[in-house]
Structure formats: C-alpha cells, structure tokens
Design a protein around this ligand. Structure first.
Ligand SMILES: [Cu+2]
Length: 497
C-alpha cells in the first residue's frame, strides 16, 4: 500500500500539534528564533529518541533548486603534498538576494569530497584562512594521533601544515570537520564539513552504482536556523543540549530536489548536524537496502523501511526507483513525513539491480573469542546542558583518561545513566578506530549495525558493549557527537601506546 506524500505531510501537521517543545512553535523561515533556549526538553515517555523531541520540526523542501553535488577534490601536482584543504570564510546565497556569511573548505560552504584509495598514503596540506584557530579532523579514518586532527592539533590563522594520511581500512564513507575545543560546534554550524571516501575494490566487484553524482550520490543532511537577516547567528541559536534548526539543508542546498537519472541509485548519507537525529523514509513507504554503516559494508545488505542516523553517523543505501510510476511524487522524508529531498524521476530505461553478494555474509559478525572477552573499560555518560560528564568528569586536555595498547582488542562498555527527567540519547564517537557493536543491553545488534562503526547512539538507560581496536598510536578523543555536549566537556582521551 503506497502512501502519498500529501497524506504524510497531513500526518505531520496532526502530530506536530501534540509534540512537546518546538513542535508547538512553528515559524516561518527567516522569522528568527524565538529565543536561544526555546526548544525545551521532552518530558519523558517519548520512547527511544529523546533528541528528536528537542529538535525544531523541519520545513519541507519546496524542491525549487537542483541538489548541489560537492566537487571531488583533485589531486595536485605539487612536490610537497597531494591534496590541499583550506578552511576559509565565504558567503552563500541560501535565500535569493541575500548573502549569508558561511565557512567552507576550498569554497564558501562545506567542502569537496576527498577520495582516497585503500592502501595508499597521501600528504594533505591543510591551511587555515579563518580568523580563529581550527583543526582538520578526519572522522572515521584510522590514522595516528598526530594526523587525527583532534583538539591537540590546532592550526593557527594563516598557518598551514602537511599531514600524512596512511589509508589502511576498507572502503567507507567518512567525513572531515573541525575539532578545536570550544569552537567545533560553531565552525561546523557555519559550514565546515566535507566527505572523505575510502575507495576499495569490493565496490566494483559487487557491481554497486559508483558513478559519482550520477547514481552514487552524497547526501549531507544538516539542520540550520536563520535569523531575521538570514544569517547563521550561532551565539543566539546555541542550545547547550544541541543546536537544532527548522531549515533542512542537503549538501548545503536549501529547498533541494534531486533529478534521478538512473533507476538504481546509491545514496551515501551523512548526518552532519550538530545534534539532530534523523529517521529517513521514502514517502511512498517503499523499502530500500542498507549496504553500509559508518566504517564500510555491512555483513550483509538489509532491507529497511526507515533509517535512523544520529549526529555524525553515516549509512549507504540503495534505492530501486524502477517500479515507480511516472508522475508519482516521491521524496526522502524525515520521521514526521516532511519531504527533505524530493526526487524528480527522469529515466526511461530499466536497469539490472546490482548483485549484492557480500564477502562476509557467510561468516559470523563476531567470533566466539570476541564475544567472550571481558569488559575492560567502562564509560558512564551522564547529564544534560552544561552538566554533561563522562565517568563524572569533564574534558581536561591535560588528563589522559584511558590507555590501550595498539593492536590489542578491548571491550568498552558505554552506559547512558538516566537522570530524573529520563535522560537523552548520546551519539558516542571514538577517534582513530572502527569498532563493532557487541551488544545493546545484552542483545546482539540488528543486522543494520553488523558493520564497522565509529559512532553509536546510546539511549537513556542503555548499556552498549563495543569491540575496540586501535591500529595506530597517539592520543585520541572519545566524546558525545552532539557538538554542544562535546564543547561542554562530554569528552575524554585515550592514549594508545
Ligand atoms: Cu550528548
């Protein structure tokens, strides 16, 4: 039974009326925020996704602009480095006739897609043309601490560095963003983020769609709010429990539409928001196939009708448009049925579906030895707003919280300690590693989580066990990827030796 887009939108309006928090405070774009703390916390009983209860409802895309596809970063001819990434100020015309001040890498907003090959070593020149310090963090890349671009690797205004990235992990959709302590959330909000793909051979072997921007489409989802002057005024908007907005951007495009030219499409989705958790669906209720999580291909593809991504998580999905009728309205929506990315169907040929024989489907996700490993590191996430802690402590750059030997696998248990209000979900991220989820409250993860991960949503009261190995040495951050929680000290350091 297919649901029409219109019916979904009507459902949203019905639901919005009984949602606590910002759901009751719908506003027009450009009208400006009602106040920095307007989104109030849900009062419990909201089920598994507390963060969504705090977020502003998103406005539907009007579909008036073709989706921007980030350029692929070209390899340079310079003798000293292979790629150059420059953080800079710019302006972006989200609203016709108004220039919004933004940040971007090598441009005005967001950054080019960096494509690295599994097994290669590249030198990247990073340059800071901002008026403030920044760092260049390669989220999900298993590199050593010096190359990781965490808060310990600042690049001063006007300065540059050359970092060596040794790419030694399977194909994956990763990303890069700033990580200077105290300024990460604002710099990301203003536009600093880009995708980083690791390309391997298995993608070709599986026959996956892989024509960048044609049938292999990057989708960076971010929510923003604009003030009366249509500027991104972070100081006013900032919410200590996670800054959200009512405007949905995809690849930095406001009111996007994607022209679908091939019946078989692959979408690489990044939740690049500061805090919002998205649940994506197709407006006609059709299922799609998830093939990858944060760190690469799933053990086997999974048919799904919805996909939930917390801040910083990624997934790759295949959508088969071939059964769609001409003229049918179709969109990628959020959980409320709001169309975030309408599709314009423009193909007239049938195409074979890729043959998704995965390499590892015959093998168990975890070995018996891995399952039997005792917990050796325990982390307790607690608090809200400014009072967020891990194991009762706030981040201290001079304190090493944990130590782990390079190449030795340990079990981390992450517990989200609820509070009197019920608590909220925290997306927990570890630098320098791709881990496996062993269990959630003792239960094996669903098939969509049987793949490598670098971020994991931990619900209030939930206990998640992770199988963690660091292939390189150095000091690495682990933290909540609600960027305002990270800024408020929900972060610790593990020294890998
Ligand atoms: Cu958090």
């Amino acid at each position: 039974m297919k649901r029409s887009l219109l019916a979904s939108v009507s459902l949203l309006l019905l639901l919005a009326g009984c949602t606590p928090g910002p759901g009751n405070q719908m506003m027009e774009p450009g009208q400006g925020p009602k106040g920095p703390d307007s989104p109030t916390r849900g009062m419990g009983g909201m089920g598994g996704h507390m963060n969504q209860g705090n977020a502003w409802p998103l406005q539907a895309s009007e579909g008036s602009r073709e989706l921007t596809i980030p350029e692929v970063l070209e390899r340079g001819q310079n003798a000293d480095f292979d790629y150059e990434v420059v953080a800079k100020e710019g302006t972006t015309e989200f609203y016709e006739g108004t220039l919004t001040e933004t940040y971007g890498y090598n441009g005005d907003l967001l950054g080019p897609t960096i494509r690295l090959k599994e097994g290669e070593t590249v030198r990247v020149k990073v340059r800071n043309e901002l008026d403030e310090p920044t760092t260049f963090h390669w989220h999900g890349l298993e590199v050593n601490g010096a190359a990781d671009g965490g808060p310990h690797n600042p690049v001063s205004p006007g300065e540059s560095q050359i970092v060596t990235l040794n790419v030694d992990q399977p194909a994956a959709t990763l990303w890069y963003h700033p990580h200077p302590h105290g300024q990460t959330a604002e710099q990301v909000f203003k536009g600093l983020s880009g995708l980083l793909y690791v390309d391997g051979t298995e993608q070709k072997e599986l026959g996956l769609p892989q024509r960048y921007g044609v049938d292999d489409i990057p989708l960076i989802f971010q929510d923003r709010m604009f003030d009366q002057n249509r500027q991104l005024n972070y100081d006013v908007l900032m919410n200590n429990d996670g800054t959200t907005g009512d405007v949905s951007l995809v690849n930095g495009t406001l009111d996007p539409e994607l022209t679908v030219t091939q019946p078989q499409m692959r979408f690489r989705i990044l939740n690049g928001s500061n805090a919002r958790t998205y649940t994506f669906r197709l407006s006609n209720g059709a299922s799609f196939t998830q093939i990858a999580s944060d760190g690469g291909m799933l053990r086997e593809p999974v048919d799904r009708e919805e996909l939930t991504l917390a801040a910083s998580e990624r997934a790759e999905i295949l959508v088969d448009f071939s059964g769609t009728e001409a003229g049918e309205e179709l969109a990628l929506t959020d959980a409320e049925g709001t169309a975030l990315l309408p599709f314009k169907l423009a193909f007239d040929k049938e195409e074979k579906q890729p043959d998704l024989k995965q390499g590892t489907a015959g093998q168990p996700f975890l070995t018996e030895e891995e399952k039997a490993l005792p917990v050796s590191k325990r982390l307790e996430l607690f608090g809200m707003m400014e009072m967020v802690t891990i194991n009762g402590q706030k981040f201290d750059p001079d304190r090493i919280d944990l130590r782990q030997r390079k190449g030795v696998t340990e079990v981390w248990e992450v517990y989200n300690q609820p509070d009197m209000m019920g608590g909220m979900a925290h997306p927990f991220h570890i630098h320098g590693t791709q881990f496996k989820i062993i269990s959630r409250d003792g239960k094996e993860p669903g098939p969509h989580e049987q793949g490598l991960k670098d971020s994991v949503q931990v619900e209030p009261g939930e206990r998640v066990k992770l199988l963690v190995t660091f292939p390189e040495t150095g000091i690495f951050m682990y933290h909540c990827h609600i960027l305002e929680h990270e800024e408020n000290g929900m972060m610790g350091q593990v020294e890998v030796y």
